[in-house]
Design a protein around this ligand. Structure first.
Ligand SMILES: Cc1cc2nc3c(=O)[nH]c(=O)nc-3n(C[C@H](O)[C@H](O)[C@H](O)COP(=O)(O)OP(=O)(O)OC[C@H]3O[C@@H](n4cnc5c(N)ncnc54)[C@H](O)[C@@H]3O)c2cc1C
Length: 417
């Protein structure tokens, strides 16, 4: 049967992974149909990197991902090294520029990435159908039957790639329906939780520090595990946010979910040693005996943060250093260096950048991205139990796994796999 409902490869999900795979597979000569549930493809790409899209990272390797994922991610990453990715993006009209190892489109606009990927897929011959939510995928004696859209239109293909993402930012389309499709195909699924997400804290003075953005180090310690990152942290009325918080949130979310005890500490003066700060406190107290704490620390820390420290330590904001004395200044410095926060929760999928969990890695052959127990079914992107830190590593996984899945699907369709 060869008509407009019969394809070599049907891709469920026109996000980063699905679009990259569509172009690759169509360029390899396959008849490709992408079914995307939203009104346009690549909706999530539009909001990546604060609208600028951090496409990849110059340092990307299997070591960029959590240890249990490295063996699984290596073949796909090896098949698409970052220099090759840069050439590929250049070839579709999107040269990438390096900003501290993070790669962005030269345009500075995420929309240019989403648009170019969709255009290049179409130019290679892929058909992109929007507002076509995949409702079911059934294995037939030969190939697959895919049902999509409100009317339940049926399509047929030799191979299927599930690239539906997970649940992060569900307004962009990835609402977990890929998990239902995977489960209906008897694929094992690991519990899905937010990974890069803001953390909620029981901090009585959060109302005082709300709105502060400051350089700080955040550390989460849970038994032998420790996650730490330094950069601009946002102090909010619910707790803490910003990229460093996202980077450590994976461990905090796991600990909260398992009910395991863990500690979270903020260092608002990460570039100073603790002893150096004690000496500085002593010097300030002597040199500026008439200055109050806001004046003494005003050049080092944001005002609202100094107010938070002062209130926590019951230090009058008006009292001069001569009255406060060295000891209380030392305590203020020590608290700025090591500020404990009690993390009580995390923001849900609507505010998470990626998810942890998803289709179990054991169910997929990492050399091909094909389901171990269902020839012709491929899985890639965030739908799989793979997630990385901020910095372009999650999109790189979407491109790399989509690339390998497409290449493998081309071999499969030609009877070579
Ligand atoms: C705010 C934000 C900022 C981010 N910034 C970055 C960044 O700068 N760099 C980086 O590396 N990563 C970033 N990420 C993460 C990155 O966007 C994801 O890792 C990546 O988009 C995953 O690609 P994917 O194609 O696997 O899934 P998705 O991008 O989620 O795409 C899945 C697609 O499948 C569609 N779909 C779902 N179910 C169905 C169905 N049943 N039928 C048909 N279609 C379906 C969805 O509508 C969606 O278009 C960010 C994420 C967020 C939320």
């Amino acid at each position: 049967m060869t008509d407009e409902r019969t394809y070599d490869l049907i891709i469920a999900g026109g996000g980063a992974c699905g679009l990259f795979a569509a172009r690759r597979a169509a360029a390899a000569g396959l008849r490709v149909l992408v079914l995307e549930k939203k009104e346009r493809t690549g909706k999530k790409i539009l909001i990546t990197g604060n609208g600028r899209c951090n496409v990849s990272n110059l340092s990307v390797s299997a070591d960029s991902y959590p240890a249990p994922m490295r063996a699984f991610t290596a073949p796909a990453l090896d098949a698409l090294p970052v220099k090759t990715l840069m050439r590929e993006f250049s070839a579709i009209g999107v040269p990438l520029v390096n900003r501290g190892d993070c790669l962005y489109p030269r345009s500075g606009q995420a929309a240019s990435v989403a648009d170019a990927l969709a255009l290049a897929s179409r130019e290679a011959g892929a058909i992109l159908k929007t507002e076509s939510s995949v409702r079911s995928v059934r294995k037939m004696r030969q190939g697959f039957r895919v049902t999509a859209g409100e009317e339940g239109t049926q399509y047929f293909s030799k191979a299927v790639l599930l690239a539906c993402g997970l649940k992060a930012a569900p307004k962009t389309g990835s609402d977990g329906s890929g998990l239902i499709l995977a489960a209906s195909l008897h694929l094992p699924v690991k519990p899905v939780l937010p990974a890069l997400t803001p953390l909620m804290c029981a901090e009585p003075l959060a109302g005082v520090w709300a709105g502060v953005r400051t350089q700080a180090r955040v550390t989460v310690s849970c038994g032998k595990e420790r996650a730490e990152d330094t950069g601009e942290i946002q102090l909010t009325d619910f707790g803490i946010s910003g990229i460093p918080v996202f980077q450590v949130s994976r461990l905090a979310v796991q600990a909260l979910t398992c009910g395991t005890r863990f500690q979270t500490r903020l260092d608002f003066l990460p570039e100073y040693e603790a002893e150096e700060l004690m000496r500085l406190a002593d010097r300030l107290a002597v040199s500026f005996a008439d200055r109050n704490i806001l004046q003494l620390l005003g050049g080092m820390l944001p005002r609202k943060l100094i107010q938070t420290l002062a209130r926590k330590l019951d230090i009058s904001e008006k009292a001069p250093a001569g009255v406060l004395g060295k000891e209380r200044l030392r305590r203020a410095m020590a608290l700025a260096k090591d500020f404990p926060v009690r993390v009580t929760g995390y923001k849900d999928f609507s505010q998470a950048q990626v998810c942890q969990g998803g289709v179990a890695r054991e169910a997929v052959d990492p050399q091909t991205m094909m389901a171990v127990k269902m020839p012709g079914l491929f899985l890639a992107g965030e739908l799989l139990d793979v997630d990385g830190p901020c910095g372009g590593f999650n999109l790189h996984w979407a491109w790399a796994s989509g690339n390998l899945a497409a290449k493998s699907a081309a071999l499969y369709v030609r009877g070579k796999l």
